[in-house]
Design a protein around this ligand. Sequence first.
Ligand code: EZ4
Ligand code: CO
Length: 402
Amino acid sequence: MKITDAKVIVCSPGRNFVTLKVTTEDGLYGLGDATLNGRELAVASYLADHVIPLLIGRDARRVEDTWQYLYKGAYWRRGPVTMTAISAVDTALWDIKGKSLNVPVYQLLGGASRDAVMVYGHASGADIESTLHAVAEYLRLGYKAVRVQSGVPGMATVYGVGRGDFYYEPAEPGRPPECLWSSEAYLNFVPHLFERLRKEFGSAVHLLHDVHHRLTPIEAARLGKSLEPYHLFWLEDPVPAELQESFRLIRQHTTTPLAVGEVFNSVYDCQQLIQEQLIDYIRTTVVHAGGISHLRKIASLAELYHVRTGCHGATDMSPVCIAAALHFDLSVHNFGIQEYMRHSAETERVFSHAYTFSDGMMHPGDAPGLGVDIDEGLAAQYPYRRAYLPVNRRLDGTIHSW
Ligand code: EZ4
Ligand code: CO
């Protein structure tokens, strides 16, 4: 089954997305998400200028061989741009394989290991009261798990606090927004937030929190320890994870479960964290960590060490990525939870999908392949708009992780 055509579709229905569409000689096509937030066109060029010429004429059924050809054949290893491009090809080929065999992709991955996939939503507010209100709204919608981020007294902006109750979008057109950060103010505030949350909502709901790479190891240890009475489902990205050994220090001090990996792009980024059991959830995604094929290898390594999956699923993962994630989540044995940040109405109009949400759980649906499609005509009405993620500075002006 020869690949006869492939193209990159860049559009901005509510936010920017890069989508790869691969077509075969018998007219079947598959989709892959290639969106790298704030650096979208680098991946679009990598695909159009360097990868697509290699795809034409290849057998679309050879998913693993194509992965190895693009990975080893590049000579230059790993990195977010390369791995996002490989992810898009891999995802599109799994979609084609499912369509050609007339089965949903999860059936090709060993079948369902569960009935449905637990997801978590994002509640946020400018202060504790409005944050509590946002959590109540998510519980009303049936969510069993909620990530909670709140404005901190004395700080003008905080990671994860959105403009509306159900929509959080950090990328902004124009120059990158600049935020100011105080670890002291943040560390003093967060335990009070979670104390209130447990008082209001009891112990059954799963609560999560994202530190977004901002603390030092000993600060992260203090935060994890102070949150133990409120038994979080996880504390995410407590420190920048380039220094994997730093998690040993955090781990020695706290039983709060840790989740890391949304910015990782290969199994080698996860290896030490998993093998030393320094984390509890690995957050690598289909779109940024080498597609369904490579994510399965990460999950298999994690399974050996009792680490579960918790794929990143913010708005910059397109519905193509979310669909692929749900097929993966439904099938792997050591699935933990899936992040699900709802997309805007414009995004939902451009990308139709078979996946559904009900009562805090999602299912990829039983359409052949991934069960997701793109309306190219409508997509063309939303041209790309350059946008950047914010940058962050400490109160004295020093650049800090955002
Ligand atoms: O900041 O997806 O857990 N979710 C997150 C996200 C990330 C964005 C970056 O593109 O940390 O909101
Ligand atoms: Co995160």
